[in-house]
Design a binder for this molecule. Structure first.
Ligand code: AMP
Length: 436
């Protein structure tokens, strides 16, 4: 069969087993399921509940929420129109979660809403390692929380997920961005510093100097990073309350024993951040080294139409980059679950006999599989091995006549003849070992 269609570059098929080359897929479905299960467990321990919002959102929500001048909104949105409606495939999930919080009046539930999500996001980027067009994010949003403990807990929660998965080689960088009120003064200070150096800036940075000078701080350009050394730092321009809040966050992180670095030039790509900003980097990821980023976004709710300010803090993390980091750290992830039993049948009579038998075993909770192609015994055994079945039951005419079957324990190679009537008991007795 010729395969004339290919997936769109920057998107992936996620296959049941990791047989494809690494360039075609990031990890197999069992690996994804394992990581997702771990994320859910850690979320549950923190009392964080899952929210699922649509993939399609109104374009204006994203444009207003994230900010017109960001790369995401200015060049990376998959957006289209149908009639009068403007749709976007969500490039991130924070603005959608805040929309849902406001729309469903979740504030009325009282307290802080601790929400998490796992799901696909879309950005029209140039595909490269760690940067895709359809990728997956997981993250939390603590909405209605201004306490510095919420910021610290957010960072620790992300760290707990990585540690729970066995990942230990990462760094946490931290900064405070102050508030909307203090930012203009800092922007002005940056402009004063960079204007006389404008001829040493890249074209992009020169544009940013007037439109959004904070973004210059994001630069990866070595020469520009050198210029940053003398630049004014945000922490010198934030208000006293933000400075106190920042100290509290650091105090809680230190009390929790988390090592972190303060990075005065960490600004994050999205406009809606206030006060705390953080990133978690993995040294093994190369150019796209950020595993997760987040911070406080007290302005977002008002930005998207709330009459009240709603303090909130959260993080977003990439699933694909997490897999790349796990692979680089040689952390083994589970493969496909092993079937409890694989039934090998020889001839039509045995196949007909096996069909209801398999149904009954499945209803009893066993994972029971067989060959659907009427292949040779050898081919069926090969398939049982490929699937790493725990046991094989061999049924042929002679066995049926005798009311018996051959039962082979694949881990030990031990084989026995067993009465058909006895099979369900023998299989179920020790089949329910926990699956990996
Ligand atoms: P952001 O929403 O840009 O702060 O991204 C949060 C995290 O999502 C990043 O740290 C990455 O791990 C991941 N991420 C963002 N954009 C992409 C992308 N295009 N491809 C893969 N992962 C991404």
């Amino acid at each position: 069969m010729s395969n004339s269609f290919q997936n769109i570059p920057g998107t992936f098929d996620i296959l049941p087993s990791a047989q494809s080359s690494a360039a075609d897929t990031v990890a197999s479905t069992p690996a994804w399921q394992h990581v997702e299960r771990t994320i859910r467990q850690v979320m549950q321990r923190h009392g964080v509940h899952e929210i699922r919002t649509p993939i399609l959102e109104p374009t204006a929500l994203i444009a207003r929420g994230i900010g017109q001048l960001t790369d995401i909104v200015s060049k990376e949105m998959f957006a289209f129109e149908r009639g009068d409606t403007h749709y976007v495939l969500r490039p991130e999930v924070t603005a959608p979660v805040m929309r849902a919080y406001l729309q469903h009046h979740l504030a009325q539930l009282g307290g802080v809403q601790r929400l998490y999500y796992i799901g696909p996001c879309f950005r029209a980027e140039r595909p490269q390692k760690g940067r895709y067009r359809q990728f997956h994010q997981f993250g939390t949003e603590y909405i209605g929380a201004d306490d510095a403990r919420a910021d610290a807990e957010t960072i620790l929660l992300a760290v707990d997920i990585y540690r729970e998965l066995g990942l230990t080689d990462f760094t946490v960088r931290l900064n405070s961005l102050g508030t909307a009120a203090t930012r203009p003064a800092y922007k002005a200070a940056l402009q004063d510093y960079f204007r006389p150096l404008a001829d040493q800036l890249s074209e992009t940075s020169r544009e940013r100097l007037e439109s959004n000078p904070l973004r210059i701080l994001d630069t990866k350009n070595e020469a520009e990073r050198k210029l940053l050394e003398g630049a004014p730092v945000m922490l010198d321009h934030i208000d006293a309350d933000s400075a106190a809040h920042y100290s509290e966050v650091k105090k809680h992180l230190a009390a929790a024993g988390l090592a972190f670095e303060e990075d005065p030039f960490l600004v994050r790509g999205l406009d809606y951040y206030t006060r705390t900003a953080f990133e978690i980097d993995s040294p093994v990821l190369g150019a796209q080294s950020t595993l997760a980023g987040g911070g406080r976004y007290d302005l977002l709710a008002s930005e998207i139409g709330s009459k009240q300010e709603v303090p909130a803090v959260g993080f977003a993390a990439g699933m694909e980059r997490l897999f790349l980091a796990l692979q680089a750290a040689e952390i083994e992830l589970p493969g496909a679950a092993r079937p409890d039993v694989f039934v090998v049948t020889l001839g039509d009579r045995a196949a007909s006999y096996a069909f209801p038998l398999l149904r009954a075993w499945r209803q009893a909770g066993l994972s029971a599989v067989y060959d659907l192609k009427g292949r040779s015994m050898k081919a069926q055994m090969r398939e049982a091995n490929r699937q790493a079945a725990r046991r094989v039951v061999i049924l042929g005419d002679a066995e049926l006549d005798a009311g018996t079957a051959q039962l082979k324990h694949m881990d030990t190679g031990e084989q026995q003849s067993i009465a058909l009537n006895d099979l369900p008991r023998v299989l179920t007795e020790n089949a329910f070992s926990p699956k990996t």
